[in-house]
Design a protein around this ligand. Structure first.
Ligand code: PBG
Length: 330
């Protein structure tokens, strides 16, 4: 006869009350950041085909209504992406005072003084070639791009951004942006660096949402090789040394080991980006009735918190925030 087990972990799982008592990690709407796509025009609310439930909004009542919904669910941070009216080689709308993100910032800043406004700072949505910087001889010129990123960041700060989030994986981008912000009187504006960003197939649906697919080639000359972990630690350390206020790892699900490893080596807050492809896969399977969307979303987001992320950017943020109020999903 087998001995009676002295330790029976199941005793701690018998009821919702004891499970919540011994729960190790918490996911709350306060940890979530909602991405938002803004575009020119009036009265526009256009669903992204590859991301059901995600919309591009014009900067008017359409955007207001979405932000009201997001806030009413307990989320207090948004990440803005803009679709410009026109594109050119340098992506000049990116740093124009009348740019789409600048307009959205001014409106949101005025209507929601305590909403945390984060902006993605990159060139790919604005350049005619779709790469994350200016080109020279067919590849992205790192140092010429830094100058543009500085200008974009200052114009976002002046329009009301609390945090700028450079995502182009240019070397020295954090230092360049910090110095531009400081020398223009914007030393209170923080930098959330996409420090560890892999060249990932999981960004597929985003390129439709933000109309930012590269016209030729791919992003492997600046985004990281998915096979590398030590390099992630190096990138994170460099951005911390350059003055980043928060660090990010992106994507999230296939890189939770990277989240954990970066978490153990920095005291800075760490953000995980639950990217577009992760969203669309869940949506597609849920629409087929193959998985329970609420359950798998909360499970995945909790996994990111358990891996060490303090905050999570997710297209599911506003749904997750609603579901979190409905208990543990059982
Ligand atoms: C801009 C940027 C991208 C994403 C965030 N900022 C696209 C890319 O790098 O190709 C991806 C976000 C997502 O897939 O949800 N550089």
């Amino acid at each position: 006869m087998s001995p009676i087990p002295l330790q029976r972990p199941r005793r701690r799982r018998r009821s919702a009350a004891i499970r919540s008592l011994v729960r190790e990690h918490e996911l709350s709407p306060a940890d979530l950041i909602q991405p938002l796509f803004v575009l020119h025009g009036r009265g526009v609310e256009r669903e992204v085909r590859s991301m059901p439930g995600v919309f591009q909004f014009s900067v008017d009542e359409k955007l207001d209504r979405e932000v009201d919904t997001v806030r009413s669910r307990g989320i207090s941070a948004v990440l803005l992406f803009g679709l410009p009216a026109s594109k050119d080689d340098a992506g000049s709308e990116n740093y124009s005072e009348d740019g789409i993100v600048q307009r959205a910032l001014r409106r949101l800043r005025e209507q929601h003084p305590d909403l945390l406004l984060i902006t993605d700072v990159c060139c790919c949505e604005y350049t005619s070639h779709g790469h994350c910087g200016v080109l020279r001889n067919g590849s992205v010129d790192n140092d010429a791009t830094l100058e543009i990123l500085g200008r974009v960041s200052v114009s976002h700060a002046q329009a009301g951004a609390d945090i700028v989030a450079p995502s182009g994986m240019m070397d020295g981008m954090v230092a360049a942006i910090r110095s531009s912000l400081d020398s223009s009187g914007n030393s209170d504006t923080a930098i959330l660096s996409y420090a560890v960003k892999y060249a990932s197939g999981f960004y597929g649906p985003f390129r439709e949402a933000a109309d930012s697919a590269p016209a030729f080639g791919d992003r492997r000359q600046y985004q990281m090789d998915p096979a590398n972990l030590r390099e992630a630690l190096l990138e994170a350390a460099l951005d911390e040394a350059e003055g980043a206020d928060l660090l990010m790892v992106k994507p999230a699900l296939a890189y939770l080991d990277v989240v954990r490893a970066v978490r153990e080596r920095t005291q800075l807050p760490l953000v995980a980006y639950n990217v577009s492809g992760e969203y669309s896969m869940v949506k597609a399977a849920a629409r087929q009735g193959w998985i329970d969307e609420c359950r798998v979303v909360l499970e995945a987001l909790t996994g990111m918190r358990r891996a060490g992320a303090d905050a999570i950017i997710s297209y599911h943020a506003k749904d997750a925030a609603l579901w979190l109020r409905g208990g543990d999903g059982e």
